[in-house]
Design a protein around this ligand. Structure first.
Ligand code: ATP
Length: 371
C-alpha cells in the first residue's frame, strides 16, 4: 500500500521507522487512517500504533517533543518538527459489563490481540510501517474485502453487547460512506435492542459517539430518522418520539442552521415542565436565556406556542434603561427600581409603538411614574 503524505511527513515517518527497525519494534498505522487510505482518501490525523510499549519507544526517540503521556492506556501525544503525531501501545481490553468503558488488561500485546478489540472489520486493518515507506497490510478479518463490498461487520458476536455505542458508530459510517450493516450484524443489533442493558452504559462514550454522529449538518436528519426508525434509541431510552415532518417544519420556523446540534439536544435534553405564563413579560423572562436551538427543541418536545411567541415577537425586545438611569432621574434605591424596569419592559413587549429608543423609555417613565 502507498500513502500520499507530504515530503515533510514522509521524512518524519521514515525517521521513526528507521529507529523502530533499529530497536526491533514493529510500528503500524491502523483504524481510520488505513481505512481512509484504502478508500482513496487523504489521511488527516497521524496515529502510530507500537507493538509493545509506546511510551518507552517514544522516550527513546531524540527528535520528538512529548506533549502528554497517558500511562494507563500507554498512549503519548507528540509533536515532531511541527507535526502532531499520537502514539499508542498495542493493548488488550475487556468489558466487565455491557456498555461500560473497557478495562485495559495488557499493554504491549501482539498486534492481532490489539486488532480484535476494535469495532468493525473495516477499522481493524493494520499497515506495518517500513523504513522504505512501503506499508505491509495485515488484514486478519478481511476488512479490505468489506471495504470493497461496502459492509459494516463486527469482529465477534458479543461486540454490540460489549459496546452498544458501536451501533451508533456503525450508523455514522453507514451514512458517511454509504455502506450497509452486514445481514448478520442487523440481526445482532436487533437482538441487542430487544433487551438493552443500560446499567453500566458509559455516558461519556455515548455523548462522544452522538457528537460524532451529529457532527455533519447534511447527515444529521438521516441520522436522527434512522436513530428513531431502526430503534437505535433503545440503547438509551425505552421511548423516543420523532416525526420528521414536524422536525423539518420546526427547523424552518426557528430558522435553524446547525441541525446537528439541534438533533443532539433533542435526543439528550429531557422534557421541561413549564410554569403557567400570565403575561408576555413572564414568557420573556422564562425564555430569555434560551438559544434558538433550545427554543426549537422545546417547541418540538412540547408543541408549546409560547416558544414561537417568544421567538417571533419578544426575542429582540431590549430595554436600554438601567437601574442607574432611574437613580439619576431621582428615584430611590429599592424595590421600586426593579418594578419600574419591569413595567417599561412590559410596555415594550406589548408593542407600544412610541417606545423604541432610550429617550422614549425615559419619557415613558416620566409620564407614568411620579417621583
Ligand atoms: P473517523 O475519525 O474518520 O471518524 P476512526 O475510525 O479513526 O474514524 P476514531 O473514533 O478516531 O474513528 O477511532 C479510531 C479507531 O479506534 C477506530 O478505527 C477503531 O479501530 C477503534 N475504535 C474507536 N472506537 C471504538 C469502539 N467503540 N469500539 C472498538 N474500537 C473502537
Amino acid at each position: 500500500m502507498q500513502i500520499k503524505f507530504n515530503d515533510k511527513v514522509n521524512h518524519i515517518i521514515k525517521k521513526i521507522a528507521l529507529k523502530a527497525e533499529r530497536f526491533g519494534v514493529k510500528i503500524y498505522f491502523v483504524g481510520g487512517l488505513v481505512r481512509d487510505v484504502l478508500m482513496g482518501k487523504t489521511p488527516l490525523d497521524i496515529d502510530i500504533l507500537v507493538e509493545g510499549n509506546a511510551i518507552n519507544f517514544v522516550k527513546s526517540l531524540d527528535f520528538v517533543e512529548i506533549k502528554s503521556i497517558h500511562k494507563d492506556f500507554g498512549t503519548v501525544k507528540t509533536e515532531i518538527s511541527g507535526v502532531s503525531i499520537d502514539f499508542a501501545s498495542t493493548r488488550i481490553e475487556e468489558y466487565p459489563k455491557s456498555g461500560c468503558l473497557p478495562h485495559v488488561t495488557k499493554i504491549g500485546c501482539d498486534i492481532k490481540d490489539d486488532l480484535i478489540r476494535r469495532d468493525f472489520t473495516i477499522n481493524a486493518i493494520a499497515a506495518r510501517i517500513l523504513p522504505s515507506l512501503d506499508y505491509e497490510i495485515i488484514d486478519i478479518f478481511n476488512g479490505c474485502d468489506d471495504i470493497s463490498k461496502g459492509v459494516l461487520k463486527v469482529l465477534h458476536k458479543n461486540s454490540y453487547i460489549d459496546d452498544p455505542t458501536r451501533i451508533l458508530r456503525g450508523l455514522d459510517f453507514k451514512l458517511r460512506f454509504n455502506f450497509d450493516f452486514f445481514d448478520e450484524d442487523e440481526k445482532l443489533i436487533q437482538e441487542y435492542l430487544k433487551n438493552p442493558d443500560r446499567d453500566g452504559l458509559s455516558t461519556d462514550r455515548v455523548i462522544l459517539t452522538l457528537n460524532k454522529l451529529f457532527s455533519s449538518n447534511e447527515r444529521a436528519m438521516s441520522a436522527i430518522s434512522e436513530f428513531s426508525s431502526c430503534g437505535y434509541y433503545k440503547i438509551l431510552f425505552d421511548e423516543f418520539l420523532f416525526n420528521r415532518e414536524n422536525f423539518e417544519n420546526a427547523i424552518k420556523l426557528f430558522n435553524i442552521k446547525d441541525i446537528g446540534s439541534l438533533c443532539l439536544k433533542y435526543i439528550l435534553e429531557p422534557i421541561e415542565i413549564l410554569p403557567e405564563f400570565k403575561s408576555r413579560l413572564g414568557i420573556y423572562k422564562y425564555f430569555k436565556n434560551y438559544s434558538d436551538i433550545d427554543l426549537c427543541v422545546h417547541y418540538l418536545k412540547t408543541n408549546d406556542n409560547n416558544t414561537l411567541i417568544y421567538y417571533n415577537e419578544l426575542k429582540n425586545v431590549k430595554l436600554y434603561l438601567k437601574g442607574s438611569d432611574l437613580l439619576n432621574l431621582g428615584f430611590n434605591q429599592g424595590k421600586i427600581i426593579g418594578f419600574i424596569l419591569d413595567k417599561v419592559l412590559e410596555a415594550k413587549l406589548s408593542k407600544m409603538p412610541d417606545l423604541i429608543s432610550f429617550n422614549d423609555e425615559i419619557e415613558f417613565v416620566k409620564r407614568t411614574f411620579k417621583l
